[in-house]
Write a protein that binds this ligand. Structure first.
Ligand code: C2E
Ligand code: MG
Ligand code: MG
Length: 630
């Protein structure tokens, strides 16, 4: 038979090019990369051996040589589908889940095939050779394909089972491989002299390489270091091998401003310069560009971590000169140690993303330790976010009421509505914890509306004004105030329950005033009869101008001010004058945080109109609050 070997030559060239590219580029050692490399080398040897089998047959070499070459060739040929199947298993990281028995089963088809092939020169089952006829297929030649078909079926099975976890690229490359093998085998059956199978397999390996193993995808082409994807791979591999390491994640805190003032190309130049300097001290393969203005360095131990931290600080200590501008980059460094701080790649990525908040806006610390504590805090916050979402979905947020005592009328004349989150798992979560989070993620809008609706519904149902309650105080967050339709929302709900507008008092803090968004809201709400309180007076940026300029009906003295006055003469003096001044300005005063009889007496004597605090009542559920009124 005259064999056509051109396809085999093309396959050799193709496989060799892929191998050269692969070894030339930095490659991250991952479990699947090992299998991939084996698969590539195997393919190359099989290509070469395919030609050798033709040659030994053509030149009618001694039967020992022909038998040997064919045995080796057929074994290699049968190992490829097995390795491909193994590759998929490692890719899906399911291998460790396999029991020993499963693993044994995995090797059965390939072992049977090897046994049949190796004994074939004697049994003549798969192939035989005699100098007269040359190389011939045996009666059981088809058995050769059984192992290959079994692994291909396994490949289809794995792809189907884990289809949800696989990307479209991964799935496509598997289908491509199966298709190429099927076409190759069919060609072999119908045109036995056209040796195209190896070429088809090389083509599918090329697709696999381009889609899954391409080192370019792990690299930041401008900076010449690994990117975030590469970072995740390197760190995962180190964790898998259980190698100790330290990560230093460097964030340019003022990156946003620098980019706006100096431009994108300056930022790239700056990053490149920093990387180039670092490459003197750190292996380039251990530098990673994670995102804009953020990169990471991997070192072995804590001593190296301190050294590199020092180098990094020096590097960014002096301003960089560009276009006549002196630009100072402020960096902060997050240190994460494996295994003491983190246990998995997810932990690492979570710490980095979480610390980003602190690194760009939070503390002044330049070096941050990504300890388990940080991670726990983050997990706790995530858990609270979930709890908030659940409470919103299931309507399990509660509104408590804290009665407010009128010193003139000697009774409760109002109350403050306070939201309560009681989660099955977390228990009571303080609003001081979850309200700021809800303000950040926007949930406060729904929470605020829920509180307002609950209050209005209760007032209408109980006709609360007939029970001596003149108004209920509802806290309004700055984020709510920033909504254009906030007034429509408030009026809409009050109208829905048909309650008098004067029964509502809205509490705002000075942050709302600082944003200059209050005028409009106050103007539109006070026309209807809604009144306003200035909450937390005496903390933050308390500004007397705000009390003078805005038509607040009530000023609420923060509990910290009240408590400080009780233990400090000068603070008491300030409180006395503040109360007197507010009276002159015709403002009503609520003193918060009244916890004892003595405090209550002093505050009443000073002239506070209303008192709120545990001495009278803690915030209580609706029914308990209503009972207190009768
Ligand atoms: P705030 O508006 O200043 O509410 C007064 C806080 O002081 C309440 O805390 C109340 O339980 C507490 N308090 C009252 N009297 C005493 C006392 O005698 N001793 C002590 N130790 N504390 C007392 P709470 O309910 O934990 O709320 C904390 C903050 O969360 C509130 O401060 C308010 O800023 C915010 N918040 C609560 N509910 C809502 C809401 O529905 N919407 C919005 N936007 N914020 C809310
Ligand atoms: Mg309040
Ligand atoms: Mg307050």
């Amino acid at each position: 038979m005259k064999y056509i070997i051109h396809y085999d030559i093309a396959a050799i060239i193709l496989t060799a090019i892929i191998l050269i590219h692969y070894y030339h580029k930095k490659t991250i050692k991952q479990p699947q990369s090992h299998v991939f490399t084996k698969l590539m080398w195997l393919s190359l040897f099989t290509d070469v051996l395919d030609i050798v089998t033709v040659a030994v047959d053509e030149y009618r070499l001694p039967s020992l040589a022909v038998n040997l070459v064919n045995v080796v060739y057929l074994i290699l040929f049968n190992t490829a589908p097995f390795l491909y199947y193994m590759y998929l298993l490692t890719l899906e990281k399911r291998r460790e889940l396999w029991t020993r028995k499963d693993k044994l089963i995995l090797y059965v088809p390939v072992s049977c095939a090897v046994a049949l092939i190796a004994t074939s020169p004697l049994t003549k089952l798969i192939f035989y050779y005699n100098p007269a006829d040359g190389y011939c297929h045996g009666k059981g030649f088809f058995l050769l394909y059984i192992a290959a078909v079994a692994y291909m079926a396994g490949t289809v099975g794995i792809t189907y089972i884990y289809r949800a976890q696989m990307t479209i690229w991964q799935r496509s490359s598997v289908y491509m491989y199966l298709l190429a093998s099927a076409v190759g085998i069919l060609t072999q059956v119908f045109f036995p002299n056209v040796l195209m199978l190896q070429f088809a397999i090389s083509m599918s390996l090329l697709v696999l390489y381009m889609s899954l193993e391409n080192p370019d995808e792990d690299e930041d082409q401008i900076l010449g270091v690994y990117n975030r994807r590469g970072f995740e791979k390197v760190v995962s591999a180190a964790i898998e091998e259980d190698e100790r390491f330290y990560l230093l994640v460097v964030t340019a805190r003022n990156f946003q401003i620098v980019r706006e003032t100096a431009g994108v190309s300056f930022c790239q130049m700056m990053m490149k310069q920093a990387m180039d300097h670092l490459k003197v001290n750190v292996k380039p393969s251990l530098l990673f560009s994670i995102s804009e203005g953020r990169f990471a360095v991997m070192v072995d131990g804590s001593r190296e971590a301190e050294e590199v931290t020092e180098i990094l600080q020096q590097e960014f200590d002096r301003p960089i000169v560009s276009h006549g501008m002196n630009i100072q980059i402020n960096i902060s460094i997050l240190q994460i140690g494996y295994p003491e701080d983190v246990a998995s790649i997810e932990d690492v990525m979570d710490s980095i993303d979480y610390a980003a908040v602190f690194q760009t806006e939070g503390t002044d610390d330049r070096v941050l330790h990504g300890s388990g504590e940080l991670l726990n805090k983050m997990r706790y916050e995530n858990r609270i976010q979930q709890a908030m979402q659940q409470a919103l979905d299931n309507g399990t947020f509660q509104v408590y009421y804290q009665p407010i005592y009128s010193t003139e009328e000697k009774r409760y004349n109002s109350a403050e509505a306070l939201i309560r989150l009681i989660d099955e798992e977390l228990g009571f979560v303080s609003p001081d914890v979850f309200i700021p989070m809800a303000e950040k993620n926007g949930m406060i809008l729904k929470i605020g509306e829920f509180v307002f609706r609950t209050v209005c519904e209760m007032m209408a149902r109980e006709r609360i004004w007939e029970k001596g309650i003149d108004y209920i105080e509802v806290n309004l967050s700055i984020v709510q105030c920033m909504q254009e339709d906030i007034c429509e929302m408030l009026y809409g709900i009050m109208d829905e329950y048909d309650i008098p507008y004067s029964c509502i008092n809205l509490e705002v803090t000075e942050t709302v005033i600082a944003r200059d968004i209050l005028w409009n809201i106050m103007e539109r709400m006070t026309v209807g009869g809604v009144t306003f309180s200035l909450d937390d007076y005496g903390t933050g940026y308390s500004n007397l101008m705000n009390v003078l300029k805005y038509p607040f009906h009530i000023v609420k003295l923060d509990k910290s001010v009240v408590w400080y006055a009780m233990e400090n003469e000068r603070a008491m003096c300030a409180l006395r004058y503040t109360v007197a001044m507010m009276q002159d300005l015709n403002k009503h005063i609520v003193a918060e945080g009244v916890e004892t009889r003595e405090q209550s007496d002093i505050l009443e004597e000073l002239g506070c109109h209303y008192l709120q605090g545990y001495h009278f009542s803690k915030p209580v559920p609706e029914q308990e609050f209503l009972r207190k009124l009768t």
